[in-house]
Each structure stands twice: as structure tokens, then as C-alpha cells.
Design a protein around this ligand. Structure first.
Ligand code: NAP
Length: 348
């Protein structure tokens, strides 16, 4: 079994992600089951999640995880198969989820993993779903609403990066589960079409080709009750001009700022929060484990009833993971970016 490893070789500069030269893919030694210590498992990593926040990790900034520094192996969430085990928790053949290295094979402590399926087979779509609707993307959307947004029936909910992984689930939850009027914001006519026609939003603003302020005035005449913010920066500033009394702003992410080098963007319109008695609060989905089960149950129910559409943007092969991240940061992804670690072979 030959192993691959994706390593950060330099900190991203102003040219990244257009110039995608910060990672290298190397062959690496493959661990063996004989190296296992008590409490460890030997994994084959099958499906990787590509997430916007990885851009922050590779900047070297101090956050809730250790930064990835040049020379380090990149890491992220993945669904993996247990090939051998010296763990009390997991056995050979189990499927687990956790934060692992961007490698095909690795030995890891069982403390970092959760069981997703005991034995048997797993198909690609099921693997992706543990990273998408039933994992980080779905839980982030659900927890943002439950912990902060608390949308009430009939309210107006605006969602940025609405065609993205978190955004597409947030749109459908707001529409179907919370029964709100939903306005998406997305880049380009194709994405806006998807948000309206496939996800069922009331409307979608193409912020790259339309005047955001004018369209928000037209579409939210009574103001925005809940804003699910995936973008931050200037877009957040504009939204603040359209809030109403007691608006709840869910600070989920600030992707517009992740690639910025130099002075960080300073939000100017925050005094609007005072006169509108509004709330703006950040959150990290993993701080709310009490909401995982209800979130997964809600999303599973919606999936079963055909009320949740999910698009996967699949990168074929671990060596494509850096391209997947750059694509997402350039807004070129359609839905949840996932990596199938071992590329499908072209059919002859
Ligand atoms: N708080 C948490 O626990 C948590 C967990 C997971 C993710 N997040 C956050 O959720 C957000 C979405 O992440 P995701 O992984 O689901 O990615 P995603 O939405 O699938 O992809 C990112 C999208 O962001 C948009 N974008 C990129 N650069 C932008 C810019 N400069 N200005 C405006 N929009 C830009 C692009 O869509 P357009 O083409 O429409 O611009 C792009 O497709 C991120 O901010 C991420 O950090 C937070």
C-alpha cells in the first residue's frame, strides 16, 4: 500500500488562491498494524471535507485549532475505515469520522474519532453525507439557527453564500423547517438560479451583478429578521443598513476576509445594532454537542421526505484536495466540496 501526504510548503500570500502553490503532494511511508499502541487505530482515510476555515488555519493565525505551518501535513475532517485496532472503542471494519491528516493511511488515537457505521460497506454518497448534511455543514446551519437566529414563522431570513455547503442547507431549513421568507445572496446567475429554483428561496440576489442595497430594499420592505452570515466584510456592513427591531445576526463565517492580507476590514455600521436592539453573535458548531442529535434527526427527516437537496463538488483523488480548497475560496464550487481519497478510474 503506497501512501500519499499533502503538506503545506509556504504561507499563502496575496496571490493565493489564484496562484495555488502553497501545498505539495508527496509519497510517504505507510504505517503498519504492528506499530499500533493501546488506544490507537490504523485508518484508511476515504472521504475528506474541504472547508472555508482551512484558509484561516494555513495563514498561521492562532484560532481554536493549532495553525498549519509550512512543513506540516494539512489536516481536516474525514470519514475513514478502521483497518486494524488496538482500541476498546473501535474494531476492524468500523467507519469513523474525525480530524485526520491529509494522508491515505495513518495511525491515530481513538480519542479523536467518532463512530459513524459499524462494519459493512459504505457508498460514496453516504460517506459524503457524514461530512455534509449530517456533519459539519448541516450541523452548522441548524445550530446557527437554533442557538442564535431562532427564526419564527413568517419572518424574513437572508443567507449569504447561499449556494454553498452551509448556505444551501440554511436556505432549505429556513424555508421548510422554520417556514420563513428566504432571500439568498450568491455570486452569479447560475448559483442564484439554483437557490431559487432548486432550493426554493423566495428570491436570490446576485451580489456580483446586482446592486445589493437596492435589491435588499425591494425584497425586504419590512427589514431582515434573521441574517445568516457566511461572508462578513462589506456585505455584513450593507446588511446592517436593512435590519429591523430585534434582528438576530448569526455570525457563522467571514469568508470575504479570509484571503485579505493587510488591514482587516472594519465594520462601520455596527451602531445600527443599538438603535434596532439587535443581536449579532458568533458561534462554532462543535460547541453545541447537545444540538447534534436533534440537528441530525431534523435533517435526516428532511432528506427522507425529499425536502433537502444537496450538491457535492467532488475532487477525485487526495492529490486534488488543494485544488478543492482553492476552488471554494475562489467561489468556483457548486455545493459541498469533498475529496474522494482514491480517485475513481476512468471507465474504458
Ligand atoms: N461557525 C462554524 O462552526 C462554521 C462551520 C463551518 C463553516 N463555517 C463558515 O461557513 C461559511 C461557508 O463555508 P463552507 O465551507 O460551507 O463553504 P461554501 O459556502 O461551500 O463555499 C464558500 C463560498 O463562499 C463564497 N465566497 C468566497 N469568497 C467570497 C468573498 N470574497 N465574498 C463573498 N462570498 C465569497 C463563494 O460563493 P459565492 O460564489 O456565492 O460568492 C463560495 O462558493 C464560511 O464562512 C465558513 O468559515 C462556519
Amino acid at each position: 500500500m503506497s501512501n500519499l501526504q499533502v503538506q503545506l510548503i509556504k504561507k499563502p500570500d496575496a496571490k493565493y488562491p489564484k496562484v495555488n502553490d502553497v501545498f505539495q503532494v508527496k509519497t510517504a511511508s505507510t504505517p503498519t498494524a504492528s506499530q499500533l499502541k493501546d488506544g490507537e487505530v490504523f485508518l484508511e482515510n476515504l472521504y475528506f471535507s474541504i472547508d472555508a476555515t482551512m484558509r484561516v488555519w494555513i495563514s498561521g493565525a492562532k484560532t481554536y485549532v493549532d495553525p498549519v505551518l509550512p512543513g506540516n501535513t494539512m489536516f481536516g475532517q474525514a470519514v475513514s475505515r478502521v483497518l486494524a485496532s488496538k482500541s476498546q472503542k473501535f474494531q476492524k471494519g468500523d467507519y469513523v469520522i474525525g480530524v485526520v491528516n491529509w494522508t491515505l493511511y495513518q495511525i491515530i488515537s481513538d480519542a479523536k474519532l467518532h463512530l459513524v457505521k459499524r462494519g459493512g460497506d459504505i457508498d460514496d454518497l453516504t460517506g459524503y453525507s457524514f461530512l455534509g448534511p449530517l456533519g459539519i455543514s448541516g450541523l452548522t446551519a441548524y445550530i446557527g439557527f437554533e442557538a442564535i437566529g431562532k427564526p419564527k414563522e413568517g419572518e424574513t431570513v437572508v443567507i449569504s453564500a447561499a449556494a454553498g455547503a452551509v448556505g444551501e442547507i440554511a436556505v432549505q431549513l429556513a424555508k421548510t423547517y422554520y417556514k420563513c421568507k428566504v432571500i439568498g445572496i450568491a455570486g452569479g446567475p447560475e448559483k442564484c438560479d439554483y437557490v431559487k429554483k432548486q432550493l426554493g428561496a423566495h428570491d436570490c440576489i446576485d451580489y456580483k451583478n446586482e446592486n445589493l442595497s437596492k435589491r435588499l430594499r425591494e425584497l425586504t420592505p419590512n427589514g431582515i429578521h434573521v441574517y445568516f452570515d457566511n461572508v462578513g466584510g462589506e456585505m455584513l456592513d450593507e446588511i446592517l443598513m436593512h435590519i429591523t427591531d430585534h434582528t438576530r445576526i448569526i455570525l457563522c463565517g467571514a469568508i470575504a476576509t479570509y484571503n485579505q492580507t493587510g488591514e482587516p476590514y472594519k465594520v462601520k455600521n455596527y451602531p445600527r445594532l443599538i438603535i434596532k436592539r439587535a443581536v449579532m453573535q458568533g458561534f462554532l458548531y462543535f460547541d453545541h454537542p447537545e444540538l447534534f442529535k436533534p440537528g441530525q434527526a431534523t435533517i435526516t427527516q428532511m432528506l427522507k421526505q425529499g425536502q433537502l437537496k444537496i450538491r457535492y463538488d467532488v475532487q477525485n483523488g487526495l492529490e486534488q484536495a488543494p485544488n478543492g480548497l482553492a476552488k471554494l475560496l475562489l467561489g468556483q464550487n457548486n455545493g459541498k466540496v469533498v475529496v474522494k481519497a482514491k480517485a475513481d478510474q476512468p471507465k474504458l
